[in-house]
Write a protein that binds this ligand. Structure first.
Ligand code: PHE
Length: 340
């Protein structure tokens, strides 16, 4: 019996040493130490032993089993270590490797303009408000006092989604949203995309950008509007810029003005860019908020007045940098973008 057990032990060690992976280890364990394994099998002969022999053999059998189990664990750990080492070697990142330069692109001039203008207005105490590009007809037209038969409402000028929903045609609905949500007083600007059913030419695109401004408070007057616009135009386009205010009509402001500024290319002398007039025309629309619009948004028009202005971000960017064609702003050619 003793010989049998010792033989099993040396056989086991020999096989163990020959094993190459973890699955075979498990097979070996089951074969020797399993419920129906060779050790159990060998010990079935215990019954035939004398009383004195039994504990000696039992002890030996336990020692051998423990030894086998320990050897298995040791071996398994070695396999796992080797596996880990191999994996680390495989997954190593060679930081000395040269890689191709990735071109990260460049800030877009329109984003630059909007950032600069937002900074400027924030420095004057304005808050930045965001508005959605998909807007209700109510916010885009009705509450802005735009008459039912206004041409801009026409299907041929506006992208309708359904009868009550459209792609906003200007940023002015953000005035409505802000007044409805916060009430008076207000001092805000809002920039973003706007949409009109225009064919693409040098100065038109069906998607363009606007910036809106709105100030509502007690005793707000046209002088506040002009003072604000003068600072903004001189800061953004240059201190030598002159402005010209022409009467105009917008349904949501009364009185309303259109603003021209000195031509940026010729500084007023007259050149092809300004058609010889010396002015960049219609850079901006503005006026005193129509009392009806204030009332539409729940603001007491007896107590409060306000001014609003809106302008094309694409247009003012083109004027500032002398960009001749709006298409350049949407083609995103890096050779163009890198110049800003
Ligand atoms: N929403 C007008 C437009 O798109 C511009 C504007 C804004 C005019 C605010 C007056 C006041 O032409």
């Amino acid at each position: 019996m003793k010989e049998l057990l010792n033989q099993l032990r040396s056989e086991f060690i020999e096989r163990l040493n020959a094993i190459e992976d973890t699955e075979d280890l498990e097979e070996l364990r089951v074969k020797y130490l399993g419920k129906k394994g060779l050790m159990t099998e060998a010990l079935k002969g215990m019954g035939k032993l004398s009383k004195e022999e039994r504990p000696v053999i039992g002890k030996l059998a336990n020692e051998i089993s423990d030894e086998m189990k320990e050897a298995l664990v040791e071996r398994k750990e070695k396999f796992q270590e080797a596996l880990l080492r191999e994996r680390l070697k495989r997954e190593i990142i060679d930081i000395s490797l040269e890689k191709e330069d990735i071109d990260l692109g460049h800030d877009h001039p329109l984003i630059k303009t909007m950032d600069e203008l937002e900074d400027l207005f924030v420095s004057m105490g304005f808050k930045i408000i965001a508005g959605p590009e998909i807007e209700s007809v109510e916010n885009n037209f009705d509450l802005l006092n735009s008459p039912e038969d206004h041409p801009s409402r026409d299907m041929s000028d506006t992208f309708y989604i359904d009868e009550k929903t459209l792609l906003r045609t200007h940023t002015s609905p953000v005035q409505i949203r802000t007044m409805k949500e916060y009430g008076a007083p207000i001092k805000m600007v809002s920039a973003g995309r706007t949409f009109r059913f225009d064919d693409v030419d040098d100065t038109h695109s069906p998607m363009f950008h606007q910036m809106e401004g709105l100030v509502v408070g007690e005793n707000i007057s046209m002088a506040d509007l002009i003072g604000t616009l003068e600072i903004f135009i001189k800061e953004f386009l240059g201190a030598d810029m002159k402005t010209r205010y022409r009467p105009h009509y917008f349904p949501f402001t009364e009185p309303s003005v259109e603003v021209d500024v000195t031509c940026h290319s010729c500084h007023g002398k007259g050149c092809p860019a300004c058609g010889g007039t010396g002015w960049s025309m219609e850079l901006l629309g503005a006026g005193m908020v129509h009392p009806k619009v204030l009332e539409n948004c729940g603001i007491d028009s007896e107590k409060y007045t306000g001014f609003a202005f809106g302008f094309g971000v694409d247009r003012i960017t083109m004027v500032k940098y002398g960009i001749p064609n709006i298409r350049l702003l949407f083609e995103n050619d890096n050779r163009f973008l890198e110049q800003f």
